[in-house]
Design a protein around this ligand. Sequence first.
Ligand code: NAD
Length: 362
Amino acid sequence: MTQKIAVLPGDGIGPEIIEEAIKVLDFLNTDMALGLEFEHGLIGGAAYDETGSPFPATTVELVKQADAVLLGAVGGYKWESLDIAVRPEKGLLGLRSELQLFSNLRPAILYPQLADASTLKSEVVSGLDIMIVRELTGGIYFGQPRGIRILENGEKQGYNTLVYSESEIRRIGHSAFRIAQKRNKRLCSVDKANVLECTELWREVMSEVGKEYPDVELSHMYVDNASMQLVRAPKQFDVMVTTNMFGDILSDTASMLTGSIGMLPSASLDVNSKGMYEPIHGSAPDISGQGIANPLATILSAAMMLRYTFNIGAAADRIEQAVHDALDANVRTADIYSAGMQKISTSEMGDTVVNALQAGVK
Ligand code: NAD
């Protein structure tokens, strides 16, 4: 069976890092007969320059037809003064809403070889491997009514609405339980059920959904405690699932535990696990065109795509192991370089991962 991947390199370092991810996928495609097919498209500033839109109709069609999307990054100095409606970032938002990507997966993985990059003690974070599943299309960021109004006494008042329906909670719940099933089968649902009725319902529905996944151990935690536990003892977690706003904050905390932005992948999934996969970092215009960007976050995003959309865990495992092996070989791009290591370029890092795949056990 063929699997169609829409490849959207985007702007800045996007094309450089995507090239390396494709190198890795190409190797596995031949080696494991995965049946992957790639079709390139435009997004962000590159799309605006060519078509006047950051998410042109041809790209909309391409991503709708594809089984998964692999994206580099969008944005850059060149487009900062454009009208907000056509800024590169609008392309990304358009893509998320077009594909109804409501489940945002943000792993925080700290390779033992990079433990010194974290601001936390190495014994607290070394070997960290957690996954935060954030609800992406509901909650207080979208709830109505919202705004700033003038009160009778003339004072201004800002207000937003935290709202989740049972079906929205159930949908993200199923997504998170399925992810936990592919990992260590422990899921922690994060809420503020002691204060917010909306998340009291969140907790109730999560518990209900949990009955359908008896192989996954479900626990609940208040968000204030979760934020504390994430920096106190983060390795206690496997998968965490939470609301849009709590997830926004907790996933940034979790990613910074690792200290290396060039290493972290992400995924955004729809109800059928069709997904968009991208590194968490941006287009890094300060280093673009120099061949020094770290391609590992994008290569690891490709691994997530194989695991979560295509259900080829064995291929994903091989990529993740090859990244381990590359780091063990003491080669580093500039962003993760430390004394005693060999500094290498973006494409040399891609080659090192391919060589590790070639050398590794199938
Ligand atoms: P950024 O993530 O692009 O860069 C932050 C810093 O990290 C920079 O010093 C950069 O050189 C470095 N960095 C990032 N990725 C790296 C990599 N793979 N290897 C080595 N170093 C890396 O964030 P920013 O500077 O705030 O934003 C730059 C542009 O990217 C802006 O236009 C912003 O809107 C856009 N952006 C896009 C996305 C996305 O496409 N999903 C996400 C965040 C920011």
